[in-house]
Design a protein around this ligand. Structure first.
Ligand code: FES
Ligand code: FES
Length: 204
């Protein structure tokens, strides 16, 4: 059988039968040691990726598995977005993609080409804080601060989405952002204040 004749089903049957596997897009025949499999899987071809972050374009050469969070933190040194769980559960890594909130730890950087990404570093207008940043300070809406950039980015989206009509609504729509310090009452109050501010719907 030539490789041209191999169907997906046949690949599955063959790999199950022979102990071969697909690694790095290559079909490896016969029994494969774990080390060889790891080597093959850990050397994907780097990608050239153009990311637009906070209004500036950045050309990066990335492992295709790089998350948006790692691209902004490790490659662009924008460390305001935090890595909490790395599993999409805490919201510490929240950024805006075309104005919508995304968990950057779950987003592949290579899929962000052509998107406008806003991180906490891009929210203020020069020296002028976004109304929600100012409200967080005014309302003392953080303790350790680890969750704060994600809370603010999610809060901006929450306001822009029109989901900041009441404390209950804010709590529901901010439920994807956890705060280990338990500053929730202050965070909700800050979002309410910012939602009432004339220029709250900006930054995404
Ligand atoms: S670090 Fe992304 S959701 Fe926790
Ligand atoms: S302020 Fe500490 S985790 Fe939220």
């Amino acid at each position: 059988m030539s490789s041209d004749e191999i169907t997906r089903r046949e690949v599955l049957v063959l790999t199950a039968a022979t102990g071969g596997l697909l690694a790095g897009g290559q079909l490896m025949w016969g029994p494969v040691s774990p080390a060889a499999a790891q080597d093959a899987a850990s050397t994907p071809t780097p990608l050239e990726v153009m990311l637009r972050i906070n209004g500036k374009e950045h050309r990066l050469t990335l492992d295709p598995r790089t998350t948006l969070l790692d691209a902004v933190r490790e490659h662009l040194h924008l460390t305001g977005s935090k890595k909490g769980c790395g599993l999409g559960q805490c919201g510490a890594c929240t950024v805006l993609m075309d104005g919508k909130r995304v968990k950057s730890c779950l987003s592949l950087a290579a899929l962000m080409e052509g998107r406008e990404i806003t991180t906490i570093e891009g929210l203020a207008q020069g020296e002028v804080l976004h109304p929600l940043q100012a409200a967080f300070i005014e309302r003392d809406a953080f303790q350790c601060g680890y969750c704060t950039s994600g809370q603010i980015m999610a809060g901006v989206a929450c306001i822009n989405e029109g989901h900041a009509g009441s404390p209950e609504e804010i709590r529901e729509w901010m439920s994807g952002n956890l705060c280990r310090c338990g500053a929730y009452d202050h965070i909700v109050a800050a979002i309410q204040d910012a939602a009432a501010a004339p220029s709250a719907t900006q930054g995404g």
